[in-house]
Design a protein around this ligand. Structure first.
Ligand code: S3P
Length: 167
């Protein structure tokens, strides 16, 4: 029915951590779009933004999700802007990791915060969050309330996937 599970949500909502746990529990391969891009470009996301610009980064995201979804049976974590600027190929089950902005800010370590160029100005980031949430909700096949710890909501996603015999 679906080829892959694609996790979407705002920066720092926990997509990568959730994806790793899901992959382990479901015996699937985990891939993270930002990590794939960083490896291919041999450069961090921050450096790509700084040296080549956001538009270039967005084109890399689209190319990356297209290429990754040529394969099946994977859990794919995306960057927070991917569903805004790119189209996620059909036959992907899209799961929205839905955390409040203030919860995200509290949860992020200083190091994780520093990695994200679009999070550096708090009021701009809050505006971005407000602009994006509707798109995340529209794109998602399934949303999970991610304001608790991952341990408390991971089973909601696992049960949904297993019940639906999705992968
Ligand atoms: C971005 C989110 C980041 C990364 C880049 C841009 C965004 O990924 O792709 O900094 O536009 O929301 P995370 O969602 O993993 O932080």
């Amino acid at each position: 029915m679906y080829d892959n599970i694609v996790l979407i949500g705002f920066m720092g909502s926990g997509k990568t951590s959730v994806g790793k746990i899901l992959a382990r529990q479901l015996h699937k391969k985990f891939v993270d779009v930002d990590t794939v891009i960083e490896k291919e470009q041999n450069s961090s996301v921050s450096d790509i933004f700084e040296n080549k610009g956001e538009e270039y980064f967005r084109s890399l995201e689209q190319k990356c999700i297209n290429e990754l979804t040529q394969k099946t049976g994977q859990i794919i974590a995306t960057g927070g802007g991917l569903p805004i600027y790119s189209s996620i190929p059909e036959k992907s089950l899209i799961v929205y990791i839905d955390a409040d902005f203030d919860v995200i800010l509290k949860r992020l370590s200083r190091k994780e915060h520093a990695k994200r160029p679009l999070l550096q100005d708090e009021s701009r980031a809050r505006t971005l969050y407000k602009q994006r949430i509707d798109t995340y909700k529209e794109q998602a096949n399934f949303s999970v309330d991610a304001n608790q710890t991952i341990q408390t909501f991971i089973h909601v996603i696992v049960d949904f996937i297993l019940d639906q015999r999705i992968l």
